[in-house]
Design a protein around this ligand. Structure first.
Ligand code: ZN
Ligand code: ZN
Length: 349
């Protein structure tokens, strides 16, 4: 099979032949028809994360080896079954749950495979959807997309799932409780759509890009605030008629996380979603007096993927804007994402 492969960190992907291998046990082979391009693909290309305080997390130290075909928002058609497959048939069109754990540890046994310490993530640890075909270790990781657009369905495996899981972590909220949304890229827009689908209407969004702010209004934000303006905190709180019950930070830099925390009402929750960089100082007594919560969220569970696909099929959820690109333009797609030029989501076909 062929694939767009990361051969060397910080270098363009290379279109090359990847060795096929026979399937074993419950493995399923799919021909990739759609694959979303995600910021995590950019992080894997770079090869490390800035943890703040001069510390870095290297992907090589986490056992991620090259060459690797990236791409973890995959939708494809089943083309081959291993000898012990149950629950999949040749020709099935399926979304692939990519956040596959070891299957044995406490997290995996509880269904939190996305938090396993020994993940086998498709498109990071194993070859992903930038290849023409992928191997999934078990049919249980395949989710029926139902009647929705296949390009949108592909993006549910990461961006849709991440947003669904992040939104669940700020609940319960009243429909008019104020929610702050920081960063109006593909995930931020998906979050607005998801909160609207669940009946929340007091959503105020902020970004540094005029097109993205406009897209946020179109996605259903009540108001948007340009975060380049002075006194952005006051402007946000004014737009929501008071401090926020919750904030979702899709950027997660020292500036945005601090802003999110400072905009919260007492008992408010800040959920960090974007894989940003750095660290923030935290006033410990203020956390006690305000009763605020800060927590992270990382993709979501297989059960949550089924939940978001069901929500999408209900007709309640508006799709995010999607731009289709030919797979031959994989490097161009990565550059566009890197340069912040993408409104919504890019999907390779
Ligand atoms: Zn992703
Ligand atoms: Zn595990």
């Amino acid at each position: 099979m062929q694939g767009w492969v990361l051969v060397k960190n910080d270098a363009p992907l290379v279109c090359m032949e990847i060795e096929d291998r026979p399937l074993k046990g419950g493995e399923v082979r799919l021909r990739v028809t759609h694959c979303g391009v995600c910021h995590s693909d950019l992080h894997v290309c770079r090869g490390w994360y800035d943890l703040g305080g001069g510390r870095a997390l290297s992907l090589a130290d986490r056992g991620i080896t090259l060459p690797r075909a990236l791409g973890h928002e995959v939708l494809g058609r089943v083309v081959e079954l291993g000898p012990e497959v149950h629950g999949a048939e040749i020709g099935d069109v399926r979304i692939v749950y990519p956040w596959i754990g070891c299957g044995h540890c406490k997290m995996c046994r509880r269904g939190d495979e996305n938090l396993c310490d020994n993940m086998r993530t498709i498109g990071i640890k194993e070859h992903g959807g930038f290849a023409s075909q992928i191997i999934v270790p078990d049919a249980r990781y395949l989710v029926d997309p139902g009647r929705i657009d296949p390009a949108w369905a592909a993006t549910l495996a990461c961006s849709g799932l991440t947003v669904y899981s992040a939104a669940a972590k700020i609940m319960p909220l009243e429909p008019d409780d104020a929610v702050l949304l920081i960063g109006c890229g593909g995930l931020g827009l998906a979050a607005i759509a998801m909160l609207r689908a669940k009946g929340h209407h007091n959503i105020v969004a902020t970004d540094i890009d005029d097109d993205k702010l406009q897209a946020a209004l179109e996605a259903g934000a009540r108001a948007v605030v340009d975060s380049r303006m002075p006194d952005v905190r006051e402007a946000l709180i004014r737009s929501a008629d008071g401090p926020f019950a919750a904030a979702l930070d899709f950027v997660n830099s020292p500036v945005t996380a601090k802003l999110g925390l400072e905009c919260l009402a007492k008992n408010g929750k800040l959920v960090l979603v974007g894989v940003g960089n750095g660290e923030i100082p935290l006033s410990l007594p203020s956390m006690v007096f305000s009763g605020k919560t800060i927590r992270g969220t990382n993709s979501g569970t297989l059960q949550e993927l089924r939940g978001v696909v069901e929500l999408a099929n209900s007709g309640e959820l508006n799709p995010v804007p999607i731009t289709l690109m030919d797979k031959s333009l994989t490097n161009e797609a990565m550059s566009m994402l890197h340069d912040g030029k993408v409104v919504g989501r890019l999907v390779l076909v």
